[in-house]
Design a binder for this molecule. Structure first.
Ligand SMILES: [Ca+2]
Ligand SMILES: [Ca+2]
Ligand SMILES: [Ca+2]
Length: 217
């Protein structure tokens, strides 16, 4: 896509000018943050870089535990539309269908663009699972990052559960355990990964625990 070319060019041009600092994060225009928030970049920077800049509130190049907590809290307020302190079933559905429809699982069999067809026309899907849902667009392999935070499985996510999830995800990404996430320790995202198969292959379930697609908002 054109956007990838522009992003690559922007990174190449930005490189020498800010050599003293970490270069902008790589990745595609669409990014799902560790707490599940979608970032859709249109300016050539990766969606991941937009998330990092927003989460790193004091712009010191390090996302601390407190900054991660604030990032989670800010998104929690967006998700908790009725303000009752929980992300309830309808708000989960709204997340999956309106806020971040990209995460809907395309296939539980893997990326069908990698399927092999023999000379009799028999199709063999890739035998390995590729990342699903939101995992295709972010650092953590979680198909549905909101549901994943529902630790007591009652289809509502409290503020405390969301904060616990933020802490766990923070620790997963702070790989050197120094109390901050830096650009250098985040996994590399390929620009292609997030665009390799768009949504709309006819969702194969997975991800959430039922209850999706009732069209209630
Ligand atoms: Ca910071
Ligand atoms: Ca609510
Ligand atoms: Ca660290």
């Amino acid at each position: 896509m054109m956007r990838i070319g522009v992003a690559a060019l922007a990174l190449a041009l930005a490189g020498p000018a800010i050599a003293a600092e970490a270069p902008p994060l790589e990745g595609g225009a669409t990014f799902i943050s560790p707490m599940g928030e979608p970032f859709r970049s249109t300016d050539g920077l990766s969606g991941a870089e937009h998330w990092f800049r927003e989460a790193d509130a004091d712009h010191d190049g390090r996302i601390t535990r407190e900054e991660m907590r604030a990032d989670a809290e800010r998104f929690f307020k967006k998700l908790d539309q009725d303000g009752d302190g929980e992300i309830g079933p309808d708000e989960i559905t709204r997340y999956e269908t309106e806020i971040a429809p990209e995460i809907r699982v395309a296939s539980t069999m893997g990326d069908m663009s990698l399927a092999k067809t023999d000379d009799q026309g028999n199709v063999t899907p890739p035998p390995y699972p590729t990342r699903l849902g939101a995992g295709r667009f972010g650092y953590l392999d979680m198909p549905e990052p909101i549901i994943t935070a529902d630790t007591n499985m009652d289809r509502a996510i409290t503020r405390a559960e969301f904060d616990t999830a933020a802490f766990r995800r923070f620790k997963m990404l702070d790989t050197d355990g120094d109390g901050a996430i830096t650009r250098a320790e985040l996994p590399k995202l390929s620009a292609k990964a997030a665009t390799s198969f768009g949504h709309g292959h006819g969702g194969g379930g997975g991800g959430g625990r039922g209850g999706r697609g009732h069209g209630r908002h």
